[in-house]
Design a protein around this ligand. Structure first.
Ligand SMILES: *Cc1c(COP(=O)(O)O)cnc(C)c1O
Length: 369
C-alpha cells in the first residue's frame, strides 16, 4: 500500500453487525475477562490499538505507543533511561522537552546540548556512559537540519540509541527509521491532528526490545495515555495527512521565497531554500521541506510584534501544523532565558489560499516600513 492508501485504510478494526465504515469509539474503561480480551483502558483500548498500528505502519516501524501529549511521549524515553545516563541533545531542541531535561531530570540524567547540524559536535559530545542521542530535524524554531544517517551511524558505532523527533517533517516527508534511527517521536498535536483541536504524542520503534518494553511500561503504568476520543480524532485526521502536507509545503516554499527577497527581512530559515546552510542534507533525507519557517525581521522586537498584529489571516498563537496559519514571535513565548533571537518570527503556514497569505504579509510589512 502507498502512503495515502495506508493513511486511509490502515489501522482501523471495524467489527459489528452493522458494518460501519468508520471504527466506533469504545468508551468502556474495562472489558469482560475472557481469553485474549483487553483488560483495562489505561493498558489498552481498541481505538488506541488502531491508532498505534497505523502510526507504526506509517513510520515503517514494528510498534507504536500513543501518549496524551508529545511531551509525555518524550518524557517516557527519558524515564526509561537508567539513572545517571548521559545523553546528547540538540541545542535547538523543542523548548518544552529541553525544559524537562534541564528542570525535571537535572539530577537523574546528564545531558550535553550541542549543535547537531554539524556531526563533528556529536563526536565531541559522546562519553563512555552515553546511552541516547536525541535528534530533531527540522528543528523548532531555527529549522536546523541534522543528518539522520550520518549521526545514526556514528551513534551506532558507539552503541548509542537514536531517537528522532519527526514532528516537523512527518512520515510524509521523512522516515528516520529508514535512515538509521531506532525510534521516532511525534507531537501528534501538530500535523497528525492538523486542526489545532487534539493534544497527543507518539513513539514508534524499529525493534521491540527490552528498552521498548520499558517505554511501554512507562506509558501503561505511568498512565499518560491518549483517550479513545482523541485516538479517534487522530485516525480521522491522518486520512488527509499526505494531502495537507503537500499543501503546507507548497505554500511554505512560496512564502519562504517571498520573504527571502523582501528588503525588510534580515534572514529566512527554511530548508527548502537553496541558501539554507543544510539544504543539501535536507534534500537527501526529505521528500518535501515542510510547512514551518522562521525569519528575522529587520528592526527591533517591537517591529516584529507590530508586523504580527497587522496581519489578517495569520493568528498570533503558539503551536503549529493546523490548517490555519499561525504566527508568533518565538522568544516572547520561550521566556527570558531563551537563546532564540528576539526578532525571530515563526510561521506555521496554513492551507488558506496562497494569494491571500502572500498579500496579507505584503500589506503588513508596509505598516512597519
Ligand atoms: C509541540 C512539539 C513538541 C511537544 O508536543 P506537545 O504535544 O505540545 O506536548 C515536541 N517536539 C516538537 C518539535 C514540537 O513542535
Amino acid at each position: 500500500m502507498k502512503f495515502e492508501t495506508l493513511a486511509i485504510h490502515g489501522g482501523e478494526e471495524i467489527t459489528g453487525p452493522h458494518k460501519p465504515v468508520v471504527q466506533p469509539i469504545t468508551m468502556s474503561t474495562t472489558f469482560e475477562h475472557h481469553e485474549g480480551s483487553l483488560i483495562y483502558s489505561r493498558a489498552n483500548n481498541p481505538n488506541r490499538m488502531a491508532l498505534e498500528k497505523l502510526l507504526a505502519d506509517l513510520e515503517m516501524g514494528k510498534a507504536a505507543a500513543a501518549f496524551s501529549s508529545g511531551n509525555a511521549a518524550g518524557m517516557a524515553i527519558f524515564q526509561a533511561l537508567p539513572l545517571g545516563s548521559h545523553m546528547v541533545a540538540p541545542s535547538d531542541m523543542y523548548h518544552g522537552l529541553k525544559k524537562q531535561l534541564v528542570e525535571l531530570f537535572k539530577d537523574r540524567l546528564e545531558v550535553t546540548f550541542t549543535d547537531l547540524s554539524d556531526p563533528e559536535n556529536l563526536e565531541k559530545a559522546l562519553q563512555p556512559n552515553t546511552e541516547l542521542l536525541w535528534i530533531e530535524t527540522p528543528s523548532n524554531p531555527m529549522l536546523k537540519i541534522s543528518d539522520i544517517k550520518v549521526l545514526s551511524d556514528m551513534a551506532k558505532d558507539n552503541e548509542v540509541r537514536v531517537v528522532c523527533d519527526n514532528t516537523f517533517a512527518t512520515p510524509v516527508f521523512q522516515n528516520p527509521l529508514q535512515l538509521g534511527a531506532d525510534m521516532v517521536m511525534h507531537s501528534a498535536t501538530k500535523y497528525f491532528g492538523g486542526h489545532s483541536d487534539v493534544l497527543g504524542g507518539a513513539l514508534v520503534t524499529k525493534v521491540v526490545d527490552d528498552f521498548w518494553q520499558d517505554v511501554v511500561n512507562v506509558q501503561q503504568t505511568g498512565g499518560a495515555v491518549l483517550s479513545p476520543f482523541d485516538c479517534y480524532m487522530l485516525i480521522r485526521s491522518i486520512k488527509t495527512l499526505a494531502y495537507r502536507m503537500k499543501g503546507h509545503a507548497e505554500h511554505a516554499g512560496m512564502i519562504a521565497s517571498f520573504l527571502d527577497q523582501h528588503p525588510q527581512v534580515e534572514n529566512v530559515f527554511y530548508p527548502g531554500l537553496t541558501n539554507h546552510p543544510s539544504h543539501e542534507v535536507a534534500k537527501k533525507q526529505m521528500t518535501g521541506f515542510g510547512g514551518i519557517l522562521s525569519f528575522l525581521v529587520k528592526g527591533n522586537p517591537n517591529d516584529a510584534d507590530k508586523l504580527i498584529s497587522n496581519l489578517k489571516y495569520y493568528t498570533n498563537a503558539t503551536s503549529l501544523g493546523g490548517v490555519e496559519s499561525l504566527i508568533e514571535r518565538r522568544a516572547a513565548v520561550e521566556g527570558p532565558n531563551t537563546k532564540t533571537p528576539q526578532n525571530l518570527i515563526r510561521l506555521s503556514v496554513g492551507l488558506e489560499h496562497l494569494d491571500d497569505l502572500l498579500s496579507d504579509l505584503d500589506q503588513a510589512f508596509q505598516t512597519i516600513g
